[in-house]
Every structure is written in C-alpha cells, then in structure tokens.
Design a protein around this ligand. Sequence first.
Ligand SMILES: Nc1nc2c(ncn2[C@@H]2O[C@H](COP(=O)(O)OP(=O)(O)OP(=O)(O)O)[C@@H](O)[C@H]2O)c(=O)[nH]1
Ligand SMILES: [Mg+2]
Length: 380
Amino acid sequence: MSSEENLTEHPRARYIMIGGFLGAGKTTAVGRLAQHLSDQGLRVGLITNDQGSGLVDTTMLRSRGFATAEIPGGCFCCRFQSLVEAAEQLTHANTPDVFIAEPVGSCTDLVATVSYPLRRIYGDRFEIAPLSVLVDPTRAMRVLGLDEGRRFSEKVTYIYLKQLEEADLMVINKIDSLEETQRKSLRTALEERFPTKKVLEVSARSGAGLEDWFALMTSEKQGSADTMEVDYEVYAEGEALLGWLNATLELRSEEAWDGNAWMTQFAAHAQSQLEEQRYEIAHLKMTLSPEDGLGDLAVINLIRNDFVPELSQTLPTNIQQAELIVNLRAEADPDALEAALRSALDAMNAGQGAINARLTHMEHFRPGKPEPTHRMEACP
Ligand SMILES: Nc1nc2c(ncn2[C@@H]2O[C@H](COP(=O)(O)OP(=O)(O)OP(=O)(O)O)[C@@H](O)[C@H]2O)c(=O)[nH]1
Ligand SMILES: [Mg+2]
C-alpha cells in the first residue's frame, strides 16, 4: 500500500514544526509540548531530523516514552518524502492527533520547502500550525550586536537571520537566564528588526510562558504570506562552514562508576580542546545510556564556548556499562572536531580507574548544499 493510501484512511492531524538555531532549546520545547498534549489525552508523534545518524535528540525523546520517528542523513526540505513516510510510520504505530517536528538547527527556508508543500500536496492529511522559531537570547544578542561575545562568521549569521525572518512565531526562549533589562532590549531589537512578527517570551526549562505559546501552536493555522528570498549559494556556504560530528561509543569498566561525573569531565575536556583552536561551538550534546535496560539516561549540553556544560538529566546510580552518543556541531573543520574528541577521550583514559571506551560509530563532515525536493513561494 502506498504512503498516500495509508494516510488518507485517517483524519487530518495537526503538524507543528519548532525551528530555531542549534542549541536554541527545540528538543526541550518539543518534549514539553508533547507532554502537555499527552496530558490532555492527545496522541503525539515526534519527528527528529539530522544531517547524520545516531541522534541525541531521538534517544532523549524516546527515553521519555514518546513515539518518535527519525529522519537521518539530510534535512526535511531535501528529504521531503521521508518526512511524509515518517508521518505514515507514526500513523501506523499510534495514529497521532498531533505531529511535532524538529528541523535541523542549521536549516532555513522551511516554509517554502516543507510547510507549503505539505499544505499543497498533503493538505487533506495535515493541518499546518504557524512555524515557531526559537531564539537563544545570548546567541541572538550577539548576532544583533547587543552583546560583545564571540559570534559565528557572516555566512552562518546569514542562516541565523533567515531563520528569524521566516518565523510565524518568534519565541525568545530561556527567559529564566535573563535580567529584566536584557529581556526588554532583546525584545525591542527583534521587534524593530522584524516589525511584523509576533514575539513571545518563554522558558522551556521553567515552563514560563508556555501555555500561551502552546495555545497558538495548537489552535492557529499558518497564514499564506509569500515566502522570503534565499540566496542558496550563501546558505550552502554557511552550512558548509559548520562541522558536524556524530559518534557512538561503548563504555565499560570492572568497577561501577559515576556516569554523570564522567560525562561532565569528558565534555569539559572536549570544550578545552575546541577552545584552544578558537572554534565556535554551536552545540555539543551527549547522552549516556546504561545497558541495564531501565531507561535512565544522563544528558549534557554545551551551547557556546564561553559557557559551561550543563547536565539536564542525571543517572540516579553508578553504572558499569553504557552507550555514549556524541553530537557536536561547531564552526570548524570536521577533521578538527574528530581530533578534539579523540584528544578528550585520551585525556579521560589517562586518568585513574580509566573506563574502557570502544568507538562503534563515527561520522564527521560538512553538510552538503541544500537541494530541496519542492520549493513553493506561495500557498492558497
Ligand atoms: N536556561 C535555560 N536553558 C534551556 C531552556 N531550554 C533549553 N535549555 C537548554 O539549552 C540547551 C539546548 O537545548 P536543546 O533543547 O537540546 O536545543 P536544540 O535547539 O534542540 O539543539 P539542536 O537540536 O542541537 O539544534 C540544553 O542545555 C537545554 O537544557 C530554558 O528555557 N532555559
Ligand atoms: Mg534538538
């Protein structure tokens, strides 16, 4: 049976896409929204996406019990049919009332290449919500010149600003980390630069502001404005400046060890290796899953060089054997990312009571030129 036949058997499901640059808090927000909808008795299907495979985001969302389909090996826009098939796969599993999709954080032009094609080709199956674009305040303040800290180069910044330009809902996240004056000046700067946008303020971590945002995503339909112009040469060059590394390792030791402490130390070693070369980190994220089958997970994130690795989930007990997934995105040569990761591992292995680490998956590359399956500039 074709994917078209399968999907037509079911009523229209809402399709919500939460975009935003690397590290803005998309997966955190997706998990929050999925929980919010599940608590209301709705069935949710989540879709994750990456240029490579072996994804921290998928591992995290699945560990929380959400039905999650993964599209590895290319962005939604270039793998449009895989997106439709992922929805079909989830439909078979639990017939979601709502799909929540997280696009790759270095992607833009999602309205023209994903939302409008879904509406025009599969409008009888999906009701498309407004596109949300999440904003990490520190990153945004640097891009907009409100903060002096380090920033990405011009072409990566081009992608960042294009993401903001196409937002239906511009969502300042992490307001728990902001002073009142910073929050006001960021909001003012965004409203001045993008006067037609609806700007919201939330904290996916604390829950502040989420009710209003979730209400908009679950009730409003996306409008029909003409899409923005995108220079695909600059976009491709910007994407190619970002090095990508996905690795999976098996860790084991005779003695039980503290996985939270191990991962924190490992992230700190990787950070110092990258900082030595002055590579700008976009997001280093890792999960550590013990092989005891109980489903616990430790998660660590580092979202820029001048910050600290944050454990957002911890393991309750010591472990002996575990799988470590590493996803690293930085403005750097991918070979240099691999070298940094290997040096960080060497540093860990040089310590006392070393944990035996075996690499089971490693890919590191620069994303290729985006070549969307469809590009529709207007939608009825
Ligand atoms: N302080 C604070 N931190 C947050 C908030 N939301 C997310 N974070 C943190 O931001 C980091 C990145 O969050 P993710 O949800 O993984 O970000 P993402 O946009 O999915 O990242 P990519 O998938 O790599 O593009 C994590 O350390 C989160 O815990 C928030 O509201 N406040
Ligand atoms: Mg994510």
